[in-house]
Design a protein around this ligand. Structure first.
Ligand code: NAD
Length: 259
């Protein structure tokens, strides 16, 4: 059903984004990978996708803190694929500190990557989607787009902003065959979670096991969500069955935000 379509997936060199890019490619979608990482490892993944999934796979090292570079990445995808039908705004970073100690540069970076980059990819993709009468934007938000946790001011602000941005654009493009939605995962076991554990240990004065227990305490299922489960929901939102779902913020959080 998605065969022959083309997608840009931000932050797809790792974690959830990589899982989504792999799932889209398996469904026959050309993919533009983006993110940081070891160029040799990324090239191995890119060529593996092309070989095994028989789609075009490109890689852009664009730093999503740079609006002009995002515009160039979107243009490059459109030129190479002929269209950008699907945009998955997945890239995200985290920093954990009390508000009065929160470093200014970390605040700026988190807002740029987790929120503003979505505005830049969306504004580039919408004209082509409107012209073709079909488009899908999936924004990977978070349970923290709905509820807060201490020490995450920038992240929670950015994710709440993403949910608001999604609703506004949904209203603007609803009549053009374009949907835009948020997916809000609870804790998914990825490098992003792994990386915040040392900071949390320091801030909360706890050992590793205690921090993991605290993370999963908020998740009634007491299980991390898998990358594949988030990728499957993304694919569903890209399907024609999901055409009436727009402006939504779908929780996939083991009951996290039901409490
Ligand atoms: P991750 O750290 O594994 O991957 C993040 C990706 O973003 C990487 O590819 C990285 O290179 C890229 N990236 C970071 N800064 C970038 C920049 N300036 N320019 C370009 N690319 C950049 O993280 P993840 O856990 O897979 O998270 C993916 C998304 O899911 C994030 O938006 C995150 O907030 C959200 N999320 C994650 C969880 C979780 O538990 N892991 C829960 C809820 C929401």
């Amino acid at each position: 059903m998605l065969q022959g379509k083309s997608a840009v997936v931000t932050g797809s060199t790792s974690g959830i984004g990589l899982g989504i890019a792999r799932a889209l490619a398996k469904a026959g979608v050309n993919v533009m990978l983006n993110g940081f990482g070891d160029p040799a490892e990324i090239e191995v993944e890119r060529t593996r996708i092309e070989r095994e999934d028989k789609v075009m796979a490109l890689y852009s090292p664009t730093d999503l803190r740079r609006p002009a570079d995002i515009a160039d990445m979107m243009k490059a995808a459109e030129n190479a694929f002929g269209a950008v039908d699907i945009v998955v705004n997945n890239a995200g970073i985290q920093h954990v500190a009390p508000v009065e100690e929160f470093p200014v540069e970390k605040w700026e970076d988190i807002i740029a990557v987790n929120l503003s980059s979505t505005y830049h990819t969306v504004r580039a993709a919408i004209p082509g989607m409107k012209a073709r009468g079909w488009g899908r934007v999936v924004n990977i938000a978070s349970a923290h787009s709905l509820v807060a946790s201490p020490f995450k001011t920038a992240y929670v602000s950015a994710k709440h902003g993403l949910a608001g941005f999604t609703k506004v654009v949904a209203l603007e493009v609803a009549a053009f065959g374009i949907t835009i939605n948020c997916i809000s995962p609870g804790y998914v076991w990825t490098p992003l979670v792994e990386k915040q554990i040392p900071d949390q240990m320091k801030t909360r004065n706890m050992n590793r096991e205690q921090v993991i227990e605290v993370l999963l305490a908020a998740q009634p299922t007491k299980k991390f969500i898998t990358i594949e489960q988030v990728a499957a929901l993304t694919l569903y939102l890209c399907s024609d069955d999901a055409a009436p779902i727009t402006g939504a913020n779908l929780s996939i959080d083991g009951g996290f935000t039901a409490q």
